[in-house]
Design a protein around this ligand. Structure first.
Ligand code: FAD
Ligand code: 2HG
Ligand code: ZN
Length: 476
C-alpha cells in the first residue's frame, strides 16, 4: 500500500510539473464529472484527471505515462454511449481530458477546410464554419458538449450522414500523440494523397486505443441557406423505406435527414420530455422526420410537398405535416432529439446501435420484434426503435422497467443482445454503427468478428501500443 501511494504521488507530481495545478483534477467530487458517463451506467476511479493545454503537453503527459506504464483513458466531452471514456474501478488508470484544447487553429474558406484542436466542442466548430459562410455538417444531439476528438475517435454519425457522410468522410488530416509521447503531424489539408497506408483512417474510430488525437483538418461545405422539413406517419417500416427511395429520386442530394421514430419511441418522448406534443392527430406505427436543404430555396418546399402528396395519394404514407415556421420545425427536432433523455427517465435501457442494408430494414425489424417479444415474456419490456433510417442505422433499444434488479438487467442484456445481434449477423449487418464499441460491446465484438479480423486488429494495436496503456478494456 505505501508503495502504491508513493507511486500515485510521484505520478501526480510529474504530471503537475507538465500541466500545472490548473491542469489537474484531484478532488474526488470534481472528478465525478469525468469518472461517470452521460448515461450514468459506468463509474470508474482515477488518481487524477489530467487536462493538458496543448499538443506538447499531451506528448509530455504520454511520455510520463509510458515510462510508468500508467494506463490512459482519453476523454473529450464524455457524451459517449458505449462507456469508452470511463476508466475502470482499479484506480490505476488516468483520464487525459482534452477539454482545455479548444482552439480553432485555422479556417481556410478557399480550400474549404478548418484546422481545430481535438477538444473543440462540435457546436463551436460548426459556428466557426458559419462565421466564414461555410458549413461543417456533423450534427448530433450532444453537439453542445461532445468534441471533435470524440467524434473522430468514435467515427460519429448523427443526422446528416445521409448527405455528408460520417466523421471519417469529413476529415482530411490528423495530429496524434502516440502512446510513447511522439507526435504524428498528419495535418494535411489535401483531398488527394496516396502516399502509403491510410493512417488517418486507422485513428478514426479507434476509440482512444491507439493514441490521443490532438488536432484535425475538417472538410467544409457550402452553407445551406434554405431548409424544408416534414413529419410523416406510416403504417409500416416498408412504407417509410419506399418514401425514402422516392425522396432520393426526386430531391437528390438535397435530402439531408431521414430520421425514424417508432410509435413507442415517440410516446416515450411525449411522456417524459416537457413541452412536446404529437405532430399528427393520430398515432402511427412509424414516423419519419425529413429534412431537405439547399443553397437556393426556390422550389424546395414544393419539391417536398409534391413527393409527399403523391405518396399520400398512393397510400404509401398515412399522414404528413409540414412546419410553417422555424419554431414549429425546432419543435419537431425536439421530439427526435429527446429520445435519449426520455429513455434515461423511463427505465433501464439495453442499447443496440446497429446497421443493416436499407433494403433489409423492414424484414429485420419484423423478425427482431418477434424474437425479442418471444424472449421477453418474463420482463415487462418495450422496444424503443428509432434511428437514422436513411443510413440503415437503427437504435433498436430494449427498455426494461426501472425497478429491475442489476442481476436481472444483466441477464436480460445477455438475452436480448444475443437475440438482436444474431439476427443482425444473419442479415449481414453491423452490431456497432456510430457510438463505438467501448466497453459496452467489447464482448459482442469478440463474439461476432471473424478470428482473422480480430487478429489483424490485435496486430495493429500491438504495433502502436505494445505496452497496452491506451484505453485498456475498450474495443478489443
Ligand atoms: P467521449 O465520450 O469523451 O469519448 C468517446 C470515445 O472517444 C472514448 O473511447 C474516448 O476514449 C475516445 N476519445 C475522446 N476524445 C479522444 C481523443 N481526443 N483522442 C482519442 N480518443 C478520444 N453519436 C452519434 O454518432 N450519433 C448521434 O446521433 C448521437 N447522438 C447522441 C445524442 C445524445 C443526447 C448523446 C448524449 C450522445 C449522442 N451520441 C451520438 C454519442 C456521442 O455524443 C458521440 O459518440 C460523440 O462523438 C462522443 O464525443 P465526446 O467528445 O463526448 O467523446
Ligand atoms: C440518436 O440517434 C443517438 O439519437 C442516441 O445516437 C441513441 O439514445 C440512443 O440510443
Ligand atoms: Zn444515433
Amino acid at each position: 500500500m505505501p508503495e502504491l501511494k508513493a507511486n500515485k504521488e510521484g505520478l501526480i507530481a510529474q504530471l503537475k510539473a507538465i500541466v500545472g495545478q490548473v491542469g489537474l483534477v484531484t478532488d474526488p467530487q470534481a472528478q465525478a464529472n469525468y469518472t461517470t458517463d452521460w448515461l450514468g451506467k459506468w463509474h470508474g476511479q482515477v488518481p487524477v484527471v489530467v487536462r493538458p493545454a496543448n499538443t506538447q503537453e499531451v506528448a509530455a503527459v504520454m511520455r510520463v505515462c509510458h515510462a510508468l506504464r500508467t494506463p490512459v483513458v482519453p476523454q473529450g466531452g464524455n457524451t459517449g454511449m458505449s462507456g469508452g471514456a470511463t476508466p475502470d474501478s482499479s484506480g490505476a488508470q488516468v483520464i487525459v481530458s482534452t477539454n482545455r484544447m479548444n482552439v480553432i487553429r485555422a479556417v481556410d474558406p478557399v480550400n474549404n477546410t478548418m484546422t481545430v484542436e481535438s477538444g473543440v466542442i462540435l457546436a463551436h466548430a460548426q459556428q466557426a464554419a458559419l462565421d466564414v459562410q461555410r458549413y461543417f455538417p456533423m450534427s448530433l444531439g450532444a453537439e453542445g458538449s461532445c468534441t471533435v476528438g470524440g467524434n473522430l475517435a468514435t467515427n460519429a454519425g448523427g443526422i446528416a450522414v445521409l448527405r455528408y457522410g460520417n466523421m471519417r468522410d469529413l476529415v482530411l488530416g490528423l495530429e496524434v500523440v502516440l502512446p510513447d509521447g511522439r507526435i504524428w503531424d498528419g495535418l494535411r489539408a489535401l483531398r488527394k494523397d496516396n502516399t502509403g497506408y491510410d493512417l488517418r483512417g486507422l485513428f478514426v474510430g479507434s476509440e482512444g486505443t491507439l493514441g490521443i488525437i490532438t488536432g484535425a483538418v475538417l472538410k467544409l461545405f457550402a452553407q445551406p441557406t434554405a431548409r424544408a422539413a416534414a413529419w410523416v406517419g406510416a403504417a409500416s417500416l416498408e412504407q417509410l423505406v419506399t418514401l425514402l427511395t422516392r425522396l432520393q429520386a426526386s430531391c437528390g442530394e438535397r435530402l439531408t435527414a431521414f430520421e425514424m421514430m417508432s410509435a413507442p419511441a415517440l410516446a416515450l418522448v411525449l411522456a417524459h420530455v416537457q413541452d412536446t406534443r404529437a405532430p399528427l392527430l393520430e398515432a402511427h406505427a412509424f414516423n419519419a422526420l425529413i429534412e431537405l436543404s439547399d443553397t437556393d430555396g426556390a422550389g424546395l418546399h414544393a419539391m417536398l410537398e409534391n413527393t409527399l402528396a403523391q405518396a399520400l395519394a398512393e397510400g404509401v404514407i398515412s399522414d404528413a405535416a409540414l412546419p410553417a415556421t422555424q419554431t414549429q420545425s425546432v419543435a419537431l427536432w425536439k421530439l427526435r432529439e429527446g429520445i435519449s433523455q426520455a429513455q434515461v427517465r423511463a427505465g433501464k435501457v439495453i442499447k443496440h446501435d446497429i446497421a443493416l442494408p436499407i433494403s433489409s430494414l423492414a424484414d429485420f425489424v419484423a423478425k427482431a420484434d418477434q424474437a425479442v417479444h418471444a424472449s421477453a415474456k418474463k420482463h415487462g419490456i418495450a422496444i424503443v426503435n428509432f434511428g437514422h433510417l436513411g443510413d440503415g442505422n437503427l437504435h433498436y433499444n430494449v427498455l426494461l422497467p426501472a425497478e429491475l434488479s442489476a442481476p436481472a438487467v444483466k441477464e436480460a442484456t445477455l438475452l436480448f443482445n444475443r437475440a438482436v445481434h444474431d439476427l443482425v449477423t444473419t442479415f449481414k449487418g453491423s452490431i456497432s454503427a456510430e457510438h463505438g464499441v467501448g466497453q459496452l460491446r467489447r464482448d459482442e465484438l469478440k463474439h461476432y468478428k471473424s478470428p482473422i479480423e480480430l487478429e489483424m486488429m490485435m496486430c495493429i494495436k500491438r504495433a502502436f501500443d505494445p505496452n497496452q496503456i491506451m484505453n485498456p478494456g475498450k474495443l478489443l
